[in-house]
Design a protein around this ligand. Structure first.
Ligand code: ATP
Ligand code: MG
Length: 429
């Protein structure tokens, strides 16, 4: 195939073999979010570039080197969204739905775009489910976010494979004091820092803490600790969160180096990480961003949120063999008809059955074919049962009912009794 007809590197098709697992995952999360009182919001995929520069921060990996930015035909600089929080904040401000302290518990799902080096678990178009809560500043809501994800891991069978890492970045005042101390310390050891960290020391010093460079990590062992700089408010907030996680029995580790890549976090930050995916170990990450809405031109509005990477979680479900078995079967019943008259009867019969059993996955044979070929297709469809309608059955107003997975003999069932019979032998999802 010529190059121009291939998908863009790092942007993947999700093929029909994979979509059942995606839908299972997305459906499980959506149901959970409904049950906890979150409402879905849908934002555009493209926004003004300025939005991301102002919210994510100019000196972050995303804004410095990962954004898909282009000029619109009228010369506006637009960017494919690299994450969801910025657009969500823009939307709530634009529609005034967080004004007067109104609480909003929102979630979104969709593709995000970052120009990164594609590898397992890291793509240029990837998909997130994220949520944002506005106008609640206590640790109770931070805890709810984490408790809800813990429940999700439980439902998916992933609890043993993920670990919660927690940190507090404090209020902007306490973070400012910490930053000064860190800069003083790192400046004294500047010659031992890797090149990236030397640059970050000037632009975004906290990010030096999450360096992957071993020499810089060795320097950091003696660096000042964020925990020692938290003010009383931040400390009480963090204790409140931990007390709630303890009450539910959710294990966590405090990771003082957890700072997150984006500029806008304050107080709580957390990541759910796994060692089952190699280097791309973070499956869900988030935190509190009490200053962001104001920074983007709104009234002071506390906020907290997280986003999870759907690809990574789908990979995990596969790697750990947690794909529910029923996903492999997409058809319950396959209806074969032989001859024109039988085909017509089969169509109206199948519509009657669908009226009575709206959740039945009934596939009707298309393209006619011999007994042998239709049976082959029925078997290949994965269906549990084949229904057979030929001239004899038509004359008697019955169908042949044939188990395809070895549960008994073929029998004859009257059209009128068919729905009731199917209801007893097909478990409907
Ligand atoms: P990482 O450290 O892995 O680059 P991040 O801190 O940049 O992650 P966030 O911006 O917090 O990621 O996004 C939340 C989640 O979205 C991540 O934890 C991850 O599961 C997923 N994610 C982020 N970038 C990608 C990507 N390029 N491909 C696939 N999933 C991604
Ligand atoms: Mg990243």
């Amino acid at each position: 195939m010529s190059k121009s007809l291939q998908a863009i590197r790092g942007m993947n098709d999700i093929l029909p073999e994979q979509t059942p697992l995606w839908r299972y995952f997305e459906g499980t999360v959506a149901r959970l979010l409904d049950n906890y009182g979150y409402r879905q919001i849908r934002m555009p995929i493209v926004e003004f570039t300025e939005l991301f520069k102002r919210s994510i921060g100019e000196v972050t990996d995303i804004v410095e080197k990962e954004m898909y930015t282009f000029d619109d035909r009228n010369g506006d600089s637009l960017t494919l969204r690299p994450e969801g929080t910025a657009a969500c904040v823009r939307a709530v401000l634009e529609h005034g739905i967080t004004g007067g302290g109104q609480v909003q518990k929102l979630w979104y799902i969709g593709p995000m775009f970052r120009h990164e080096r594609p590898q397992k678990g890291r793509y240029r178009q990837f998909h997130q489910i994220g949520l944002e809560v506005f106008n609640l500043d206590g640790p109770d809501i931070d805890a709810e976010l984490i408790v809800m994800t813990w429940r999700l891991w439980g439902e998916l069978g992933l609890r043993d494979a993920v670990k919660l890492e927690l940190n507090s970045l404090g209020t902007s005042e306490s973070r400012g004091r910490y930053r000064e101390a860190l800069v003083a310390f790192l400046s004294a050891h500047q010659d031992k820092l890797d090149e990236d960290s030397q640059r970050r020391l000037k632009t975004n010093p906290l990010r030096v803490l999450d360096t992957k460079n071993a020499d810089t990590q060795a320097v950091l062992v003696d660096a000042p600790k964020m925990a020692d700089y938290l003010d009383d408010e931040s400390r009480a907030h963090f204790e409140g969160l931990k007390a709630r996680l303890d009450a539910v029995g959710i294990p966590y580790v405090i990771n003082p180096k957890l700072v997150r890549g984006l500029d806008y976090y304050s107080k709580t930050v957390f990541e759910w990480v796994t060692d089952k995916l190699g280097a791309q170990g973070t499956v869900c990450a988030g935190g509190r961003y009490d200053g962001l809405v104001e920074q983007m031109g709104g009234k002071p509005t506390p906020g907290v949120g997280f986003a999870m990477g759907i690809e990574r979680l789908v990979l995990m479900l596969e790697a750990l063999d947690k794909v529910p078995e029923e996903l492999s079967r997409q058809v319950d019943v396959y209806l074969c008809a032989f001859g024109e008259a039988a085909e017509l009867a089969a169509l109206s019969l199948s519509e009657r059955i669908r009226d009575q059993l709206p959740n039945l996955r009934l596939q009707i044979n298309a393209g006619a074919g011999s007994f042998k070929s239709q049976f082959k297709k029925a078997d290949k469809s994965g269906a549990l049962y084949a229904l057979i309608l030929g001239d004899d059955e038509l004359a008697q107003q019955v169908v042949g009912f044939k188990p395809l997975r070895g549960q008994g003999e073929q029998q004859s069932i009257a059209w009128d009794a068919l729905a009731a019979h199917l209801a007893t032998c097909v478990v409907q999802g």
